[in-house]
Design a protein around this ligand. Sequence first.
Ligand code: BTN
Length: 319
Amino acid sequence: MMQEKILEILKSKSGYVSGEEISSHLKVSRQALWKHIQELRDLGYDIIAVPHLGYQLVELPDRLFPQEVTSGLETKFIGKNIHYQESVSSTMDLALELGMQGAPEGSVVLAESQSKGRGRLGRSWISPKYKGIYLSLILRPKISPLQSPLLTILCAVGLCEAIKEATQIEPQIKWPNDILINQKKIAGILTELNAEMDEVRFVAIGIGLNVNTEKKDLISTATSLKEELGQELNRVELLRAIFRKIESNYLLFRENKRREIIEKWRDYNTTLGKRVKILFHHQHLEGQAVDIDPDGALLVRKDSGVIQKITSGDVMHCR
Ligand code: BTN
């Protein structure tokens, strides 16, 4: 791609690069170069042109363009193959389709906005344009469907590690997979399986993260990194960190170092030790959240003393 090559040259220099230099290097005419520069400007790249000096890239667009995300991406497979859309109904729909067509492990559907972003338990995920990170990641682990909660857990850990690295804020995880900052929800994870009885074909893991989302677009129980930090964050850099951290946790999972993941999850979690109310299989249940098991299920000690294993559901922390 000529545009990418031009960007590469502009990014490698801090000052001006002469049109002469670029066009001879890429073997295009000065006129063709000018046309490509115009196209880049239309995409939001702020490129100034000064006669006798040349071109200078002064600002990158606030977009999650795949070429920006993949340049400098330090992963082996996650995020190498990005399907980028300005707007979609839900990245999950596209990811499930791509998964069925055989998209390789690590493929990602990434959107700037969603009209029907969905959450767990039939909820919706509000996805204002250019403000958040909305993605679905395709993984092909060789596991039974029963082990899939651990995938969600490792993604939650990866997401927390990336948020912490980028912002110095330590988020918390509410079981199973709500990411909170100051008691308010900043991100959610939704895992959908395509599986046989005893074997997962692929999973689509949906992640919604409120990055630069404005207060007016947030419900009262939600927040964004911008709200918490008081400043906007570069979504591209954050996204690269998310891919890197999720991949390293997924590699732990593949190497059977699942205890390590659970231990990290424990450090971020805010549910264990609390008294909880849970809606589980149309049943209300109350007790003390005592542990999670190796598959990621929550263990709750009811007042009768009986320990119940919860694999999914909606948790409310009491008091
Ligand atoms: C939850 O907290 O209930 C999970 C929310 C998951 C939202 C993300 S946004 C990207 C992906 N596409 C969707 O439609 N949902 C997930």
